[in-house]
Design a protein around this ligand. Structure first.
Ligand SMILES: Cc1cc2nc3c(=O)[nH]c(=O)nc-3n(C[C@H](O)[C@H](O)[C@H](O)COP(=O)(O)OP(=O)(O)OC[C@H]3O[C@@H](n4cnc5c(N)ncnc54)[C@H](O)[C@@H]3O)c2cc1C
Ligand code: SF4
Length: 507
């Protein structure tokens, strides 16, 4: 095995997978190191007991709260990373999200790059992930240079009825922009069957455009791209000057091996990327690699997320429910002069899922009745970057997540607004579950990008300010997170960074 490569990418998730895909045609020798394996295709993929009760696809790692209490993080180590189980609702951040925005709890800081810098890459990302959507119906839609590659996924009758009722109330319900391989007019032509086990299940028929299907597998068609699975990167070593990564230490199927490359890209997800940098400190980098600013691990953001199960007398026989969103309150509410966030439908809550949300223990028959009559929503609002919200790692590699949610008032406002609308539509019972920090689905920040090395970790091309050949290309770079789902933006960013590499390679 050759141990030296042109480009070595650590983590085959959304960021790393996209970068490998975009750089594969350059002919450069690329090594992709992934700690997990391929997620098995098996009947359990679509089994709610396996997914919710057994948590079959989640890591059994323990992370820790600041008081030392362990928790089981909702992360998934596979080729494709967390996108193997994601909801596939891929959205552009709004133009205004790239500027400074006054929120209830403070300022969401401006990015050093504008929406215009990202726009061409959003268009490419939407093509790569086969996005379905309907342009022109969203009051917050940013300028777009191209239509969505595919038309919207239609609402089923009960959801269309709700969309019409919301429109009658002056709202602008939108079709969610979804990354599924489906042909609505000719369903036999593409694999997606619009099943009821999409979000947050793996896709048994490989129809969900996750990072494995959309990026890693196509990248592996090129001979110059090599993927090693079950390859856990434990440390990055610098040369004597401390300016270059000289070698990468890997536990490959339990054996220690080293690899080197001209360019090393860390793409382990925001928390694990921070961990790897922090645990790779040396004499030249006493506080961890790339950490002269002291910001590696800081500004950790999670969205404020709540599930809202709304029950009406009218049955809801919808199979594929995740088609509708409401963005009317993204920038302000009817009486709130500050941004609230976005509302979307989530995968249809089966009775097993409701078991976790029930305020008291309930018989299966009751849960089944509620599931058959509920419409299930997901409310997302912005979490602002805070220095004190951070990831720390001890000498044994134990991860501690210090995170206090902020900006929670707009979250409560948005849930109340949604409930008020739904009450008028005949819904009478509401169960809410606000996600705890342990959920870590939308982990963002920890290595923010910026022009000034004293207040950012990465430069505008996502290269570490402190090292010449180290890049971070995953969800770590966001200076602020907006309230849209993050993955399309980090995929667009990886395509942007790939263009930077290509121009360097030409040079
Ligand atoms: C249930 C669920 C639903 C979601 N729904 C949506 C949605 O609808 N829309 C949306 O935009 N986002 C969604 N997300 C979030 C989305 O999955 C993430 O934004 C995205 O995967 C982040 O990409 P990433 O590259 O930062 O990390 P990941 O995709 O997690 O990739 C990191 C990769 O690095 C590997 N790795 C980690 N450490 C190491 C190491 N030391 N050595 C080698 N490999 C390593 C991991 O195994 C993983 O493959 C969802 C997430 C979850 C869990
Ligand atoms: S809805 Fe389509 S993409 Fe989602 S799990 Fe079912 S078949 Fe796969």
């Amino acid at each position: 095995m050759h141990n030296h490569y042109d480009i070595l990418i650590i983590g085959a998730g959304a960021g790393g997978g996209t970068l490998a895909y975009a750089l594969a045609p350059t002919g450069k020798r690329i090594l992709l190191l992934e700690r997990g394996g391929y997620l098995p295709r098996e009947k359990s993929n679509w089994d709610p007991d396996a997914v919710f009760l057994e948590q079959r696809y989640r890591t059994d790692e323990q992370w820790y709260q600041p008081d030392g209490t362990p928790f089981s993080p909702e992360v998934h180590y596979f080729v494709g990373g967390n996108t193997k189980v994601y909801g596939a609702a891929l959205q552009r951040m709004r133009q205004e999200d790239f500027g400074a925005l006054q929120h209830y709890d403070g300022i969401s800081p401006a990015w050093p790059l504008s929406y215009a810098d990202f726009e061409p890459y959003y268009t490419q990302a939407e093509s790569l992930f086969k996005i379905h959507g309907q342009r022109g119906e969203d009051p917050t839609e940013p300028p777009m240079s191209a239509d969505y590659p595919y038309g919207p996924l239609a609402h089923e009758p009960r959801i269309q009825q709700i969309a019409d009722q919301l429109s009658d109330r002056g709202l602008h319900p939108v079709h969610l922009t979804l990354a599924l391989n489906r042909d609505e007019a000719h369903p036999e032509k593409r694999p997606c069957i619009r099943c009821d086990t999409c979000d947050p299940y793996p896709c048994l028929v490989d129809a969900k455009c996750d990072a494995q299907i959309a990026c890693v597998d196509p990248a592996r068609q090129y001979e110059n791209v090599q993927l090693l699975t079950h390859a856990l990167v434990t440390r990055l070593d610098t040369d004597a000057s401390g300016k270059r990564i000289e070698q990468v230490e890997v536990q490959l199927n339990g054996q220690l091996q080293t690899f080197s490359a001209e360019i090393v890209v860390v793409s382990c997800g925001a928390i694990n990327s921070a961990k790897l940098l922090l645990q790779s400190g040396n004499d030249k980098h006493p506080n961890g690699l790339a950490n002269s600013s002291g910001l590696v691990g800081r500004n950790l953001m999670f969205h404020n997320h709540s599930a809202l199960i709304a029950v009406a007398d009218e049955p809801n026989p919808t199979v594929f429910q995740k088609t509708l969103g409401i963005h009317d309150y993204y920038f302000k509410g009817p009486t709130q002069d500050y941004p609230l966030g976005q509302i979307q439908l989530t995968g249809k809550a089966k009775w097993q899922r409701l078991q976790h949300m029930a305020p008291v223990e309930m018989p299966e028959a009751t849960l089944r009745y509620l599931s058959a009559h509920s419409v299930d929503w997901w409310v997302t609002t912005e979490d602002l970057p805070r220095l004190e919200n951070q990831v720390t790692v001890d000498r044994q590699g134990k991860i501690t997540v210090h995170h206090q949610p902020n900006n929670t008032q707009p979250h409560a406002d948005l849930i109340h607004l949604l409930e008020d609308h739904l009450r008028d539509l005949g819904f009478f019972l509401f169960w809410r579950k606000t996600m705890k920090s342990a959920v870590v689905w939308h982990q963002i920040g920890t290595c923010v990008l910026g022009e000034d090395p004293s207040n950012s970790v990465l430069d505008l091309n996502c290269r570490a300010h402190d090292l010449d050949n180290l890049y971070v290309v995953d969800a770590s770079f966001f200076p602020s997170m907006g309230a849209m789902n993050p993955t399309l933006t980090l995929v667009a960013n990886a395509l942007r960074v790939a263009d930077h590499f290509k121009s360097q390679l030409k040079g």
